[in-house]
Design a protein around this ligand. Structure first.
Ligand code: SF4
Length: 268
């Protein structure tokens, strides 16, 4: 570096600073084109939170869920693995409210896999018609029930790999059944968890399909409480928080139980 020439900060249009050589004003030929310095908020978003913050994050969500969660949803009031699996499959591509409107009738008519395997397809379609794509859904439910009857004696398996062999059951649904019906502390990484992890803790996947990112699954697993009942409250709390408060477009931060530790909220 030449004597008398030092580093100076220059603000860009967003108010961020970049560095150039020379005195107060940037001189032609002396700008090193160094990348702009991240703002304090940007730096905070990139930093992994401390263990204390993560612990508080989990505790607050669990407590909030116990007080304000959607405990009235009918599939949350049962521990029947078949009923939990049925709801998990139906809840794809539709809302909880829609599923709740047909669920009591469905489980009354088809209380176990054997009755669903023998179901009259037209009758089944009529019941699930309010959810849409009833032809595909009816076919899938019957295939699922038949496989349970033929391969698992009419019971829902308690094992992750066996669950994943069932029609329409992927990793998330299999873990959902284990967590909600079989009292296993399982991580549940879906778009809701992905959104809240990124906003609140700055934990983000670099992959195009974050729900398949093993590193992100590992982080969700590390956060999930080891006690099965608390793990269930945490997972359901994330779902409800994402549905009621931390919505995709307009999060209602003032009403959020984790606003004081949330990176997104603190950066605004
Ligand atoms: S404070 Fe706002 S952005 Fe953060 S988790 Fe809550 S609702 Fe979402």
């Amino acid at each position: 570096m030449r004597p008398g020439i030092g580093l100076a900060d220059v603000q860009d249009a967003r108010g961020r600073t970049s560095r150039n050589l020379g005195g107060e004003a940037p001189e032609a030929g002396l700008n090193l084109n160094l990348p702009p310095r991240p703002t304090p908020a940007e730096m905070d978003m990139k930093q992994e939170p401390s263990d204390e913050v993560k612990k508080e994050f989990v505790q607050r969500i669990v407590e909030w869920y116990r007080q304000y969660g959607r405990h009235d949803l009918p599939w949350r009031r049962t521990s029947s693995p078949w009923q939990v699996l049925l709801a998990a499959v139906l809840l794809r591509k539709t809302t909880a409210q829609q599923v709740a409107s047909i669920y009591p009738q469905l489980i009354e008519k088809f209380p176990d896999p054997a009755s669903m395997a023998d179901a009259d397809e037209e009758e089944l379609k009529k019941i699930i018609q309010p959810l849409g794509i009833e032809h595909q859904r009816a076919r899938l439910l019957k295939e699922l029930a038949k496989k349970l009857v033929e391969q698992y004696g009419g019971k829902v398996p308690k094992n992750l790999d066996q669950l994943k062999t069932l029609p329409g059951v992927g990793d998330y649904t299999a873990r959902e059944v284990l967590c909600l019906a079989y009292q296993q502390a399982q991580p549940l990484l879906d778009r809701n968890m992905i959104r809240i992890l990124e906003r609140a803790l700055g934990i983000k996947s670099e992959k195009k399909r974050p729900h398949t990112d093993k590193t992100l699954w590992k982080k969700a697993e590390e956060l999930t409480p080891k006690d099965p009942e608390t793990a269930k409250a945490f997972n359901l709390g994330i779902l409800d928080l994402a549905n009621k408060i931390c919505t995709p477009r307009k999060p209602n931060c003032p009403a959020c139980p984790i606003k004081s530790i949330c990176k997104y909220s603190r950066s605004k």
